[in-house]
Design a protein around this ligand. Structure first.
Ligand code: DCS
Length: 481
């Protein structure tokens, strides 16, 4: 019988190939167990509010007023909302053409794009042009739009770090491009070695692939490292020499848990390098309201900024964005608020500063509790989470466990993570979902569970892990480091 268009066997093969481990087998099993009444700790997604983080008050006040503009006409509004939130709500409504229920320009509201440009200029010390900033429904949509413009077919390669966040591998599959991996060095705190990059490009070219773009995730997901300025300079030089557009995923720029390597944007490093680099290297940088101390994942707000992209190409990207009409307008307001939060002297400043500092300081403590916890476990080694929201310990699996996994028909790290889930309710993502060197195993967990629950979670992890290692340790060796 002839297949219909949406029968499995006739489906676009790129869709079938595409994998997204963050909501993969482990997540599905965790959801089943939850339905059966088991308490599950969902550390598989960097989704802070789902793990109890409270929203910052000020942005919610402003957006609440924008959503319910009739409250602004209520004589009692000043008793519930502070004056600066009321003023901000009026400001953002004045930037829209009909409030939150109206489409905006497909690039986002010009007034918010201007605020984003001012933020970038304050952050980097270099001018930023609102015309080169597009607002998006989360950073994910921006990444997809740009990859869509870059990938022409399977002859086009995109350099992606391994381990990587699977948005990249999945989108490249979906668009029919080729992922060209470059390996981060675990023994160097997940550093990026440019010689390694050169090898990856040479290898891809020898297979006839035209390498067109390079992705960096800084701070790293799942690896949690912060790139140094010197490293970023090398990367930008590399992109200059190889004529690659650099996609700088900087969604974790506020999530920094050490003082030695503060976040520095690719744009600033590029501008500091001066001519010819600053005028030539093509760069697209991404940011979001989902991360940082905002964690407003469900609002779906993001932006990208383009540097050295020719006007005709910007026009084409605009055209493609227009097909979806408009990014979420309420999310655009979250973005406006994120890039221009209350300032010292504003009525809401103290509360805003207290709330955001409280979240960041707690994340910093949690990053340490987690790394230390993992490093106290048998056959587990873990680099410190310098930034972002994840811990990515290496699990050295005994030969007995590798054999048991094989018998169960599971990839070894999936086997380990499933056992962990069944025993403790901790839902993680196996390292194979992010890519890792052959024969080396990891898991990813977020550092987001509530701080007061953290010691208990780590105790329960340790007990499971150490029992697992004893059970499978038959003295026939381990997976390699
Ligand atoms: N880039 C990176 C590196 C991310 O980790 C994420 C989300 C995104 C982009 C996209 O975020 P938004 O579309 O929400 O802006 N991280 C996922 C993760 O690994 N866990 O949770 C979500």
């Amino acid at each position: 019988m002839a297949l219909k268009a949406l029968d499995y066997d006739s489906l676009n093969e790129n869709v079938k190939k595409c994998q997204y481990a963050v909501r993969g087998e482990l997540y599905l099993r965790a959801s089943e167990l939850q339905k059966e009444g088991k308490k599950i700790i969902f550390t598989n997604v960097g989704n802070p509010h789902a793990l109890g983080q409270k929203p910052l008050t000020f942005p919610r006040q402003v957006v609440a007023l924008c959503q319910a503009p009739f409250l602004l006409e209520d004589p009692n509004v000043g008793m519930i909302f502070p004056a600066d939130a009321i003023a901000r709500a009026r400001h953002y409504l004045s930037l829209t053409s009909g409030g939150l229920g109206a489409y905006s320009d497909s690039r986002g509201l010009p007034g918010v794009r201007k605020e984003v440009a001012e933020f970038i200029q304050r952050r980097d010390g270099y001018p930023s042009d609102p015309e080169l900033i597009f607002l998006t429904d989360g950073a994910s949509k921006g990444v997809m739009q740009i990859l869509n413009c870059v990938i022409r077919g399977d002859g086009d390669g995109i350099l992606v770090p391994v381990p990587q966040y699977p948005l990249y591998s999945a989108t490249i599959s979906l668009l029919g491009g080729t992922l060209v991996p470059y390996y981060l060095d675990e023994s160097e705190n997940w550093g990026l070695d440019v010689n390694n990059l050169r090898q990856s490009v040479a290898q891809a070219r020898s297979k006839g692939i035209s390498v067109r773009a390079m992705v960096i995730i800084n701070p790293g997901n799942p690896t949690g490292q912060c790139l140094s300025e010197a490293n970023l300079r090398e990367i930008l030089k590399f992109c200059y020499n190889e004529k690659l557009v650099l996609l700088g995923d900087e969604v974790y720029q506020q999530n920094i848990y050490q003082d030695e390597r503060p976040f520095i944007s690719s744009k600033k490093v590029l501008m500091d390098m001066g001519s010819p680099f600053s005028k030539e290297v093509q760069l697209v940088s991404f940011h979001t309201v989902s991360k940082g101390y905002w964690g407003e994942c469900g609002q779906r707000g993001g932006y990208f900024e383009m540097t050295n992209i020719p006007p005709r190409v910007v026009e084409e990207i605009y055209k493609v964005a227009s097909i979806a009409l408009s990014p979420n307008v309420s999310a655009q307001i979250f973005m406006g608020l994120m890039v221009s939060p209350p300032k010292p002297g504003d009525i809401s400043y103290d509360q805003f500063a207290r709330e955001s500092k409280g979240i960041l300081e707690s994340l910093r403590r949690r990053a340490k509790i987690m790394t230390d916890g993992f490093n106290s476990c048998k056959n587990v080694v873990c680099n410190f989470t310098e930034g972002a929201m994840y811990s990515f310990p290496q699990i050295r699996l005994p030969a007995g466990a590798l054999q048991a996994a094989k018998q169960a028909g599971k990839v070894p790290d999936v086997f380990y993570c499933l056992k962990l889930l069944e025993a403790t309710g901790i839902s993680t993502v196996p390292g194979s979902g992010f890519g890792q060197k052959e024969g080396v195993f990891h898991l990813r967990t977020t550092i987001l569970p509530a701080e007061e629950e953290m010691p208990e979670i780590m105790d329960s992890f340790k007990k499971f892990n150490d029992d697992f290692m004893t059970q499978y340790d038959n003295n026939f060796g381990y997976s390699r480091m």
